[in-house]
Design a protein around this ligand. Structure first.
Ligand code: DAT
Ligand code: MG
Length: 139
């Protein structure tokens, strides 16, 4: 089934000049970039986006990190793109993410109290619909 997913290139990815490398992996896999914007996240967007993590110890530094600089929000589409992009991204911790993945190849532990793991990808159809509405509210 053709799906859409919400991808963020987080501020660490933008700062390190990896926007192109990350988007190239999405396109090389055969997914289509449908929407794309470089923006600074508002506190409201981050609170909505990370609502499931509110109250966890890593939530305050996570939201702080995500507002430190511009990020890229994009919508990618394709058959199975939600799971497919999660596979491309690799597991959450870049130290142990498999080589061949975005986080495994391009990410590492920078010794800070939040994992700077370059990208976000929606984890379900419900999350994708919710998150696309947060970052592209104009539809
Ligand atoms: P993912 O981004 O792989 O979907 P998640 O939704 O569980 O992971 O967490 C959201 C982000 O929060 C994640 O990309 C990095 C940060 N994070 C998650 N678990 C963490 C932890 N144990 N310590 C520090 N940061 C964490
Ligand atoms: Mg997640």
């Amino acid at each position: 089934m053709t799906e859409r997913t919400l991808v963020l290139v987080k501020p660490d990815g933008v700062e390190r000049g990896l926007i192109g490398a990350i988007i190239a992996r999405i396109e090389t896999k055969g997914y289509t970039v449908e929407r794309l914007e470089l923006l600074r996240a508002t506190p409201e967007q981050l609170a909505a986006h990370y609502a499931e993590h509110e109250g966890k110890p890593f939530y305050p530094p996570l939201v702080e990190f995500m507002s430190e600089g511009p990020l890229v929000a994009l919508v990618a589409s394709g058959h199975g793109v939600i799971q497919g992009f999660r596979s491309l991204a690799g597991t959450t911790d870049p130290t142990t993410a498999a080589p061949g993945t975005i986080r495994g190849d391009l990410g590492r532990d920078w010794g800070l109290n939040v994992q700077k793991n370059l990208v976000h990808g929606s984890d379900s159809e419900e999350s994708a619909a919710r998150e696309i509405a947060i970052w592209f509210p104009e539809g």
